[in-house]
Design a protein around this ligand. Structure first.
Ligand SMILES: Cc1ncc(COP(=O)(O)O)c(C=O)c1O
Length: 276
């Protein structure tokens, strides 16, 4: 009997937990994924996840899956659970040896539901470190949530200290980009600032929601190059990702940030009340 916390996974619509070793997602990282929060029995910000996935398929010339079929498969694996996390992976599918994309790819789709992955032990404020591992500048892949995550794997391997929750990553040219598994925002003189992601980084679904809330609320927002010194001068720093929403930063190394920042409190309140 499988435990109620066991993941439930469909590969191309069939219950299964493995893929062909010739699959280009496995062999080359040739694919994309989405990690989606399930909240109140529904995938949160489904439309935004679907849009990012479709945009990634277009940019990589992977034939796009049917969003209706993915939604249906997600309902099947969710099996009525009201919370948890889902992961959708789309690869270019199996192929012969070599990098050349097959002329008529048959993409693989994997839809998984992880009942136990919901509420990561709720720590209200995070402790951060600066990572040594740098992100390479690659505009052709910037913004995509693609399967090549070795930079994040190297960065996450830099620390074992359980009191550190996240690491900030710089690009090879020294600019601040994002964190290992989340996007980064600063509040500087009551202006919301987030690094531009046109040369590297993942264009997060939660980052998009936060920018949209800020715009609707009349909060000045800048998307631009950010230097490390600016992060240290900011009146508040917070992170976003699809599973955790907004998480305030308590400290980066020895540097402490204030617990209360009106701009962040407003964004958190508004995000909580958003349907998605
Ligand atoms: C490297 C990286 N950046 C940013 C994000 C945030 O993206 P999202 O808001 O879509 O979860 C993630 C999420 O896992 C990530 O892995």
């Amino acid at each position: 009997l499988s435990s109620p916390d066991a993941p439930r996974i469909l590969v191309n619509g069939t219950e299964c937990s493995s893929v062909d070793v010739t699959d280009r997602g496995f062999a080359l990282g040739d694919g994309l994924f989405e990690t989606i929060a399930i909240r109140a029995g529904a995938p949160r910000f489904w439309q935004a996840h679907a849009e990012r996935l479709l945009d990634g398929c277009r940019r990589l010339a992977i034939p796009a899956p049917s969003i209706d079929a993915l939604a249906h498969e997600l309902e099947c694996v969710r099996a009525g659970a009201s919370s948890g996390a889902a992961r959708i992976t789309v690869t270019r599918g199996p192929g012969p040896r070599g990098y050349a994309p097959p002329p008529e790819p048959v993409p693989t789709r994997v839809v998984g539901f992880y009942p136990a992955a919901t509420a990561p032990a709720h720590k209200p404020r995070f402790s951060l470190r600066w990572c040594e591992t740098r992100l390479a500048l690659q505009p052709a892949l910037a913004g995509l949530k693609h399967l090549n995550r070795l930079e994040q794997v190297l960065a996450r391997a830099e620390w074992n200290d359980p009191t550190i929750d996240e690491g900030i990553m710089l690009a090879t040219d020294g600019r601040v980009v994002e964190c290992v598994m989340s996007n980064l925002f600063l509040v500087v003189d009551r202006t919301l600032v987030t690094p531009a992601l046109d040369e590297c980084g993942v264009s997060g679904v939660m980052r998009r929601q936060v920018r949209e809330i800020a715009m609707r609320s009349g909060i000045d927002t800048e998307v631009r190059r950010v230097e490390p010194a600016e992060v240290e001068r900011a009146s508040a720093v917070f992170l976003t990702n699809a599973l955790r929403g907004i998480v305030l930063v308590e400290c980066i190394g020895d540097l402490q940030y204030s617990r209360h920042e009106p701009v962040v409190e407003h964004l958190m309140d508004r995000l909580e009340t958003l349907d998605g």
